[in-house]
Design a protein around this ligand. Sequence first.
Ligand code: AMP
Ligand code: ZN
Length: 301
Amino acid sequence: MEEGGRMRVEMGTGMRVEIGSDHRGYPLKARLSAWLRERGWEVNDHGCESAESCDYPEFAFRVARAVAASPGSLGVLMCGSGIGMSIAANKVRGVRAALCLTPRMATLSRQHNDANVLALGADLLPEAENLAILSAWLEAKFEGGRHERRVGMLAGGPSAGGAKPPAPDGGRAPAAGARPSGEEASMDPDCVFCRIVAGGIPADKVFEDEAVLAFRDIHPSAPAHVLLIPKAHIASLNELAPQHDALLGRLMRAAKEVAAREGIAGKGYRLVGNCGREAGQEVMHIHFHLLGGRPLGWPPG
Ligand code: AMP
Ligand code: ZN
């Protein structure tokens, strides 16, 4: 057995692993990346780029979004303990991140839980042990059967089983029907705009910050036609909840910024949010159309 475990990890040829770390996991990421490439895996490194202090959720979300956007894909996240990375990654819908400290845990996380993200604690174990954990994880296969049902239940969320569980998060969970804030449940792999956020579908981006993305509409209705969306998945205006107040404020200010960049701030522009079928909402991920560059009739529609 070589460093990092079994020699037989060859099924990786042609397959890709999304990887990411914070500063504490950075040296392990470099080592692990080389280890994977030597074995024929394509490695998509989402950062960080140095051992300088940075915030783990940013890199966890990047990797988690990439994995969620591409069913069947795998991700590996590293920070000091692996704990923060696993907590963050598990907030993205479709991700099952497992923090593993032994090869046995890694094998079981694949066989029973179909884990698609592996979280490693760079400070907790020697590099060779973390590589052995990765090797075991890549070799193991989901067993399906009774585990299929249980993993399916995970996708449905806590209310899927019919019984109403106590509110998670010490009762700070949002009211029924409201989507949680921030990154929680933020990625819907079937949503075209979520896939644009994750980079799975190309878009002509004109503005981006940590919470908001703006890109040109693929079928423009005006000389300037930009769509503004929150990066987190919120299906429509009907799903807005108090925890989204700051996000929506941010989105409105992004609209102002985009209007200025498009050169239409002075002449005038319109921000349109279609909600529901009769209003013609086609994409069920909340978005606002920024329209300008020509006179806009009133009333619209
Ligand atoms: P709505 O009818 O309000 O749901 O608007 C959805 C908008 O998204 C339409 O104007 C579409 O042209 C636009 N759209 C759909 N898919 C894409 C895409 N992949 N890139 C850019 N715009 C898109
Ligand atoms: Zn979405």
